[in-house]
Design a protein around this ligand. Structure first.
Ligand SMILES: Cc1cc2nc3c(=O)[nH]c(=O)nc-3n(C[C@H](O)[C@H](O)[C@H](O)COP(=O)(O)OP(=O)(O)OC[C@H]3O[C@@H](n4cnc5c(N)ncnc54)[C@H](O)[C@@H]3O)c2cc1C
Length: 390
């Protein structure tokens, strides 16, 4: 029996995780059977319904404070919700929790007006957003930006080009990170701006088809004019985007780690079930030592990764987090998930390779986990620095 990580939670939060699991089983699994095209993301209306229903039940974006529409849920419990969503195997479950289209942690640093106008509707699941940070020549070195926001008498004019933006086709607002030009010499660092998607001058360029069916987009900004209060955090936010983002990195990375642990758990379960039932050479394949090696090694890696992720989330909740912990959890969980899904597919032979099989989808889906929220190599750079190896 797999280690149930919710044993480390208080009763209240363990109950939260089990009610989320029963919400997924009772409501989302039946709804997911309506999805006919399993190679593409679920239709927009279905995603929107799931977001709002989950928000009404207190799951969606529960980590945000109650006064902003959240539930004040500690990160340890949020991590377990994402784990449960990834582990459920239900295509709609991840959309029941805020992801890259949900409330942006950057908006936690917004002015009271920005929180009211932008963050609260996101937390309630009524709107979605995208984050436009990456540029063709600024990926891992995310703040080497060529998109520039220039201060004018009326506010700001933003010009540039962003790439690999998730959810740009459905978002209500874009959070655009741009180098700040105050007209006083070298740029004053980067600032994050809230830009409504219907703002003149902002348009979607190229659409990139992703391995798992989820597309990414190019965003073009041609003299996009925004008011002075579009900078997240107001005057204090000018030039401060990197510092604000640093503050949130542990959260994002631990959530990706949790999603990856959930996917790995799910793939392992599929592998074990198949190994117990498939007969080859007159024997159950689970009796072959090579198959046991795949499954036992996977089990050891997954259980270790789950505990590391939870321990790191606990440190964040306790206010004692350091960036290298989240980096360690993210790199361990995402690489583990890639390996475990690969092994589970191998155990299924051709059956797992066929389009439409859950492992065929997971194999394509899990691959992004080692790239998003900072690549594996960047997590290693962070840990190496913390070990004094610069
Ligand atoms: C599914 C998906 C969704 C995404 N969504 C968004 C989004 O919504 N908004 C957004 O702005 N961006 C998004 N991105 C982009 C993502 O943030 C970048 O892909 C990521 O930061 C890596 O940048 P890059 O792809 O340009 O790789 P590069 O930075 O060009 O890196 C290339 C390779 O070099 C390695 N490398 C780089 N620097 C070092 C170093 N110092 N030491 C060792 N190795 C190094 C990298 O790890 C990688 O293996 C998304 C990407 C994916 C795959």
């Amino acid at each position: 029996m797999p280690v149930d990580p919710s044993i480390i939670l208080s009763d209240d939060h363990a109950d939260l995780v089990s009610s989320f699991q029963s919400f997924v089983r009772r409501e989302l699994v039946p709804l997911a059977t309506e999805i006919t095209d399993t190679g593409s993301p679920p239709p927009a209306e279905l995603r929107s319904y799931v977001r709002k229903r989950s928000a009404a039940l207190g799951f969606y974006a529960g980590e945000y404070p109650q006064e902003w529409g959240g539930a004040g849920t500690p990160l340890t419990a949020v991590v377990l919700l994402h784990h449960a969503a990834g582990g459920s195997g239900c295509a709609l479950a991840p959309y029941a929790l805020g992801g890259s289209d949900g409330p942006s942690p950057l908006l936690r640093h917004g002015t009271p007006d920005q929180v009211e106008r932008y963050l609260v509707p996101l937390v309630r699941g009524e709107t979605t957003r995208c984050l436009a940070l990456t540029e063709p020549h600024a990926g891992s070195d995310a703040f080497r930006l060529t998109t520039v926001a220039t201060r004018t008498v009326d506010g700001w004019v933003i010009e540039g080009r962003k790439t690999f933006v998730s959810n740009a086709d459905r978002a209500d607002i874009a959070i655009v990170v741009a180098a700040t030009d105050l007209g006083e010499g070298p740029t004053a660092g980067a600032s994050a701006f809230v830009v409504p998607m219907d703002c003149p001058g902002l348009r979607i360029g190229q659409r990139y088809e992703g391995m798992s069916g989820e597309p990414l987009f190019e965003l073009l900004l041609e003299r996009v004019e925004v008011p002075p209060d579009a900078v997240i955090g107001g005057d204090e936010g000018v030039g401060a985007a990197a510092a604000l983002a640093m503050d949130n990195l542990s959260w994002g990375r631990l959530i990706v780690a949790a999603q990856s642990n959930g996917i790995a758990d799910h793939a392992l379960r599929l592998g074990v079930e198949y190994a117990r039932s498939r007969t080859v050479f007159g024997e159950r394949i689970g009796g072959f030592q090579h198959i046991q090696e795949h499954l036992v090694t996977s089990r050891a890696e997954v259980e270790g990764s789950k505990l590391l992720t939870l321990a790191c989330a606990r440190l964040v909740d306790g206010g004692a987090a350091v960036p290298e912990n989240a980096a360690l959890a993210k790199l361990t969980a995402t690489q583990t998930a890639v390996r475990v899904v690969d092994r589970a597919l191998q155990i299924h032979g051709a059956t797992g390779w066929i389009r439409g099989h859950p492992l065929e989808f997971l194999y394509r889906h899990v691959r992004m986990m080692t790239i998003i929220e900072g690549t594996t190599e960047i997590q290693k750079v962070i840990v190496a620095k913390a070990m004094g190896l610069e």
